[in-house]
Design a protein around this ligand. Structure first.
Ligand SMILES: O=C(CO)COP(=O)(O)O
Length: 252
């Protein structure tokens, strides 16, 4: 059985004291269940403190982006070496907001995914279609291309360890969730693409999350679907109580 992975993506929210308070409120309340992984992907300035505060707890810490180079003249960027050195374990790569506002492409996603594995970080690779693409029936083809290009050149064991987050852009922060059946259909397609790229065994191991207006009220139904193994959650991950409820849902 694949474990459930519930990851909060705080985006550009909170100040340090709020981030620390969240950790204080959540760390000792998470379910003691190996079948669910709880991650919080926070802005860079909070990472050292969150890593410190979550030591020995079930809450893992992730970044929301990184550069693909180890070091160099890239003003304003953060490298995988820096993240690893801090004790960060996950990194979100290719979020649609980065693709839209920061010129992230499938090629940079691919370089970052390789860099993550080269430094022992687990990538959470985001894919998903826009409303226009969905209406033009391009959802399957678009997500397939994003997966093929984003994961190109990885070893099969690395593909197995990649977390894929299917986030339809039109469902992000809009309150519109894809129906669980529609979300599952795309996640199943993504698993099939992974199978074509690797093998049936590897495809069965890959964790595929759904993201887009997930909240405590709708997560149960999403998680009952055959190919949805967790959630990448924005707004509803910001409050400790709501995040905790989302993680609890992963235990059922
Ligand atoms: O983009 C998301 C997570 O990465 C989803 O955000 P919301 O849960 O706020 O819709």
């Amino acid at each position: 059985m694949r474990k459930k992975v519930i990851a909060g993506n705080w985006k550009m929210n909170k100040v340090l004291t709020e981030a620390e308070q969240f950790a204080d409120n959540v760390t000792d309340k998470l379910p003691n269940d190996d079948n669910v992984e709880a991650i919080v992907c926070a802005p860079f300035p909070f990472l050292p403190s969150l890593v410190e505060k979550t030591k020995g707890s079930r809450l893992q810490v992730g970044a929301q982006n990184m550069h693909f180079e180890d070091s160099g003249a890239f003003t304003g960027e953060v490298s995988p070496v820096m993240l690893k050195d801090l004790g960060v374990t996950y990194v979100v790569i290719g979020h649609s907001e980065r693709r839209e506002h920061f010129a992230e492409t499938d090629q940079t996603v691919n370089k970052k995914v390789h860099a993550a594995f080269n430094h022992g970080l687990t990538p959470i690779v985001c894919v998903g279609e826009s409303l226009e693409q969905r209406e033009a029936n391009q959802t399957m083809n678009h997500t397939e291309q994003q997966i093929k290009k984003g994961l190109e050149g990885l070893r099969h064991d690395q593909v197995a360890d990649t977390i894929i987050a299917y986030e339809p852009i039109w469902a992000i922060g809009t309150g519109k969730t894809a129906s669980s059946a529609d979300a599952n259909e795309v996640c199943a397609h993504i698993r099939n693409v992974v199978k074509e790229m690797t093998s049936g065994d590897i495809a069965e191991q890959v964790v595929i999350q759904y993201g887009g207006s997930v909240k405590p009220a709708n997560i149960d139904e999403l998680l009952t679907q055959s190919d949805i193994d967790g959630a990448l959650v924005g707004g509803a991950s910001l409050e400790a109580e709501s995040f905790q409820q989302l993680v609890e849902a992963g235990t059922t």
